[in-house]
Design a protein around this ligand. Structure first.
Ligand code: PHE
Length: 337
């Protein structure tokens, strides 16, 4: 809009805001849209303007005309609403209110629920256990011998010699089997703690989802099929899993499963550290000593277990590069999900 027309538009808005009743509104209308009103004056100027300026000027005048017409109509609606509701005339019920701050689920809760839903669809139910655990459930019953170096792989926060912050969700396996007869088909989500040096990919507290399936005749084929199905549902139908041999005291054989890097499709990139694969979870067939510890007969049942890192799943899915973001409570980060 040209400067004088723009000026007129802002003056109109000011005057409109000051209108308190229908009579004042009508006066304002006449001053702008009446036969001798401001708009009529502008159209007269238009007739006298140089031919080259006319199209632009005409457009600006029409725009102003629209601003005025719409402003008058909105104010009219507002005023009659005030009259009906017996509100003070200056009150404009058409103005938007202040929006209350709306919360949302934390990204980790959302991802966790999505993962749980996938396993629910495969017949798993949800179990939980305490975050403050005993050495017995976190280690001994899971076939970690006392003073065995395998404990060093999970740097532990100890409360005292017997009590600690659980380093993984696997103790829930033990607690659940102690109190429920086979068959068992559960997932156990929750927070775990490790005495890690914190950096972009290590946190001292994070979430895992444990899985446990025990029945007569469960095989490693069931384990692979279940996890493959899970990966396809979470990452998409073309997700590829690979299993690498690994060691955990409470499973035998044990494996770690990687998913083909979503970013490079296997060629190797920054996100997968050049390997083409991203580590997803630990898994294996439940060790007979674990069954013995909970009073199951390893001659009659077999089972598989797995533990999925939830932050890692979210990081892969959304391209989040720093695990610390999950705990900082920065709404600029959280409100993106
Ligand atoms: N508890 C293991 C960990 O935290 C993961 C795991 C769970 C491995 C179940 C095998 C079976 O590293």
């Amino acid at each position: 809009m040209q400067p004088e027309i723009e000026h007129l538009a802002s003056r109109f808005r000011e005057e409109l805001a000051g209108v308190a009743d229908e009579r004042a509104l009508e006066e304002l209308r006449i001053r702008y849209l009446g036969r001798k009103g401001a708009l009529a004056g502008l159209f007269q100027d238009l007739g006298k303007a140089a031919a080259a300026e006319r199209p632009a000027m005409g457009k600006a005048i029409h725009a102003l005309e629209q601003v005025v017409a719409e402003g008058l109509a909105a104010r009219k609606t507002a005023l009659s609403a005030c009259a009906e509701e017996r509100l003070p005339a200056g009150f404009d019920p058409s103005l938007p209110g202040r929006r209350p701050w709306r919360g949302r689920r934390h990204i980790l809760s959302a991802v966790l629920e999505e993962i749980i839903d996938i396993f629910r669809g495969m017949g798993f139910s949800v179990a939980e256990g305490p975050e403050v655990e005993t050495d017995y459930y976190n280690f001994q019953a899971l076939n970690f011998p006392a003073n065995h170096p395998s404990r060093d792989s999970q740097d532990t926060f100890y409360v005292d010699d017997e009590v600690l912050l659980r380093t993984h969700t696997s103790p829930v396996q033990v607690r659940y089997m102690e109190t429920h007869p086979a068959p068992v088909r559960i997932v156990a989500p929750g927070r775990v703690y490790r005495n890690e040096a914190v950096d972009a990919s290590h946190a001292a507290e994070f979430f895992q989802l444990e899985g446990l399936y025990v029945d007569a005749g469960v095989t490693i084929g069931d384990l692979k099929t279940t996890l493959r199905q899970f990966a396809r549902e979470f990452f998409g139908p073309r997700a590829e899993l690979r299993f690498r041999p690994h060691f955990f005291p409470f499973t035998e054989p044990s494996a770690e499963a990687d998913v083909l890097c979503f970013n490079c499709g296997g060629e190797g990139c920054r996100i997968c550290g050049g390997t083409g694969w991203i580590e997803l979870l630990g898994a294996g067939m439940v060790h007979p000593n674990v069954f013995r510890a909970v009073g199951y007969d390893p001659e009659r049942v077999t089972g598989f277990a797995f533990g999925i890192g939830i932050e890692r799943m979210a990081m892969q899915r959304y391209g989040i590069e720093d695990i610390r973001l999950f705990l900082e409570n920065d709404v600029r980060f959280l409100s993106q999900f």
